[in-house]
Design a protein. Structure first.
Length: 222
């Protein structure tokens, strides 16, 4: 565990420093090439490189390395170009394929006989986000109602939960019942979050009244 922690620390510090220093200059250099979609191709190659490096050098999931590179590109001048191209690639191809693959690996008949485990995991998923995120917001002085809203907004489990489930299923760590339970929990938390958020916003607080004042509107404009 100590060795893994050291590898993770070295990877994050080194990979972030390299990307922060060289990623944007390299992209500007690539953009000058007379090649179709040169920036998009190089960014995709760098994302795959960071994903592989995260697992090989950092002993963490590949999505962590890809996220680290995306965090660096979020502050780059070429961010609008990268956003535009990868939005089309992601929403037009990769994200639908990912959800289809998750659906194909799920067998909801395996839930039979595991309903209590589903209920327990669902309850833990909801309560942990409410208490964890809501308490953190409350500690920052946001007030009880606003903290409740933040906790409710964080209930939804999304792509990361499905990625972990897919990795567990592909390696054999999660058998069919566990995969079905995790996918069901993701679906249920995604569906109930808007309903819970609507109820949370029915509760009024002083912050809502402040937003209706001319001073707040002037502050937003400036």
């Amino acid at each position: 565990m100590t060795l893994i922690a050291i590898c993770v620390g070295i990877f994050f510090v080194g990979a972030y420093a390299v990307a922060q220093r060289w990623a944007e200059p390299f992209m500007r250099l690539v953009r000058k090439l007379d090649v179709n979609e040169a920036v998009t191709s190089c960014v995709l190659a760098l994302v795959l490189l960071y994903a592989v490096s995260a697992e090989w050098l950092g002993s963490v999931a590949g999505i962590t390395g890809a996220y680290l590179l995306g965090y660096v590109f979020a502050g780059a001048r070429l961010k609008p170009l990268i956003d535009r191209t990868f939005y089309a690639i992601g929403h037009g191809l990769l994200i639908p394929l990912f959800f289809v693959s998750i659906g194909l690996s799920s067998n909801f008949r395996a839930l039979n006989g595991n309903w209590w485990l589903l209920v327990v995991i669902f309850a833990v998923a909801v309560v942990s986000k409410l208490i964890g995120c809501g308490t953190a917001a409350l500690a920052m002085g946001m007030g009880a109602v606003r903290s409740l809203r933040i906790g409710c907004g964080m209930i939804s489990r999304g792509e990361v939960g499905l990625i972990v489930t897919a990795m567990g299923a592909s390696t054999g760590i999660f058998p069919e019942p566990e995969v079905a339970i995790m996918v069901t929990v993701v679906l249920l938390t995604t569906l109930i979050t808007p309903l819970i958020m609507r109820g949370a916003f029915l509760l009024k607080c002083g912050y809502d009244e402040d937003k209706d004042t001319p001073e707040y509107a002037l502050q937003i404009e400036t």
